[in-house]
Design a protein around this ligand. Structure first.
Ligand code: NAP
Length: 260
């Protein structure tokens, strides 16, 4: 039976590329995303066309029970979840405090932090029994830096980072590897950044910063790092890692991109 790699947030960027990378290494890929059934079907098909194994699940991670149901169904019907790529973003856009409703604020927290807590609460007892498992959490600059109009996103991502540290403190000694990845730059991700900017501006960004400039982070290259982390020997586990393009300033200098 193939080990399962569950990707929560499997769009065409980091989630999908990581899925392809793990599938090529022999994992069964369980792919979850919120809305795009056709995109999901295409991803499952392209993994299968390359000889891999995959299944797709539409779910909205902010709704009750859906994450728990997918994890329990995979464990009972397919096999053990060895790796989880928790890849949900929590960006609700730039909203100043006076315009930010309680509901919008809470939505960021539901995606960034509460959904991660629910995932860990459901799967860690199973991993603990097996004495192994890996949780790789994609995060962003907002997990380490607040910005104007980022009240929801930054507080939610900061909470995500602290949750990862707390999970690590309790579960690393039990054999579960938790890694928090600070993606400190714009990713060539059509389903998230592309959607947020709109096709025209995304194309402009690609032409000015991406392509031969290598200033947009390539999700396939991020996927290589994720695979490496999942294979690390437990004597050298990475808990936190940051990455950015060579041409971007890191978050602690003058990189002022609030959308990451
Ligand atoms: N893109 C960037 O520039 C950038 C920069 C810094 C950090 N990040 C981080 O990277 C991660 C995302 O990776 P990515 O940008 O490359 O995107 P991606 O892997 O292409 O797609 C992520 C997918 O998550 C799904 N999703 C969002 N909310 C969901 C929900 N409530 N329930 C279920 N699925 C949901 C979306 O599905 P649907 O499309 O079906 O709605 C989306 O396609 C996030 O953690 C984000 O904070 C991204």
């Amino acid at each position: 039976m193939k080990p399962i790699c569950l990707v929560i947030g499997a769009g065409a960027g980091i989630g999908g590329n990581t899925a392809h990378r793990f599938a090529s290494e022999g994992y069964h890929l369980a792919l979850c995303r919120r809305s795009n059934q056709e995109g999901l079907n295409n991803m499952v098909k392209s993994i299968k066309d390359k000889g891999g194994s995959a299944s797709g699940h539409i779910l909205n991670a902010v709704k009750d029970d859906c994450i728990e149901d997918v994890i329990n169904t995979l464990e009972s019907d397919i096999g053990a979840i060895e790796v989880i790529i928790f890849n949900l973003g929590a960006q609700i856009g730039d909203v100043s405090l006076k315009d930010l409703s309680y509901k919008q604020f809470e939505l960021g927290w539901r995606m960034a932090t509460f959904a991660l807590f629910r995932t860990a609460s459901t799967v860690f007892p199973l991993m603990e029994k097996r004495g192994k498992g890996t949780l790789i959490v994609t995060s962003s600059t907002a997990s380490v830096r607040g910005n104007p109009k980022q009240h929801s996103h930054a507080s939610a991502m900061g909470g995500r980072r602290m949750l990862c540290q707390s999970l690590n403190a309790e579960y690393a000694p039990k054999g579960i590897h938790i890694a928090h990845i600070i993606v400190d730059g714009a990713v060539d991700a059509p389903d998230t950044l592309g959607r947020m900017l709109g096709p025209k501006n995304f194309q402009k960004l690609k032409e000015s910063k991406g392509m031969e400039h290598d200033g947009l982070m390539l999700p396939a290259k991020i996927a290589d790092t994720y695979y490496h982390i999942a294979q690390q020997h437990r004597s050298v586990w990475t808990h936190e890692l940051d990455m950015r393009s060579f041409s971007d300033s890191p978050w602690w200098n003058d990189n002022n991109n609030s959308y990451i």
